[in-house]
Design a protein around this ligand. Structure first.
Ligand SMILES: [Zn+2]
Length: 183
């Protein structure tokens, strides 16, 4: 049987939100994240991270460093998979690299979730998207997911545009209680 999924944004949900996380030492995973991912698994969901990392396209972060962070995140939290968009589409950039394209994977575009659907035995039925930004909620809604906005990152007062999440929770711990049905 196909597993439902809890899709999670990374920065502000699983780890501390900083405008850009550019090295492993800047990458601070919240102390409760591992426990939360364990619960998500116990409730029968896959836990898949969907993250925009435009710092790569901006020339501020190498793919190698990002892959190190991914390995660390997988080790520390035991999420099932991490899908990221490294792209940044800006022709005026002084630094040029191959990640400066108009892609179909930068949230709120759907490419990363579509890729996950081809690589995992998962269903979007009864599935969730947990994020801290408007693009997370927009993507979750597009894909028919139940959306949870958490306030542990950008927060409600810094939403880039108006969105209507199904639920608002303080952080991932509270979101997991919501998924379990205890809230
Ligand atoms: Zn992309």
């Amino acid at each position: 049987m196909k597993s439902p999924v809890v899709f999670l944004d990374r920065d502000g949900v699983i780890s501390e939100e900083k405008s850009y996380v550019l090295s492993l030492k800047d990458f601070v995973i919240f102390p409760y994240s591992k426990k939360c991912i364990k619960k998500i698994h116990e409730y029968g969901y896959k836990a898949i991270v969907i993250t925009n990392q435009s710092a790569v396209g901006r020339g501020m972060l190498s793919i190698e460093t990002l892959e190190q962070m991914n390995k660390y995140l997988l080790d520390q939290t035991e999420v099932d998979a991490i899908y990221y968009c490294p792209h940044w589409n800006n022709n005026n950039s002084k630094i040029k690299n191959q990640f400066q394209i108009s892609c179909n994977c930068r949230k709120p575009k759907t490419g990363l979730i579509e890729q996950a659907l081809t690589e995992w035995d998962i269903t979007l039925n009864n599935s969730y998207f947990i994020g801290d930004r408007a693009s997370d909620i927009e993507l979750g809604k597009k894909m028919g997911l139940t959306t949870i906005l958490v306030e542990s990152g950008y927060g409600l007062e810094r939403l880039e545009y108006e969105v209507f999440p199904d639920f608002v929770c303080k952080d991932l711990e509270e979101a997991v209680l919501k998924i379990k049905g205890d809230l």
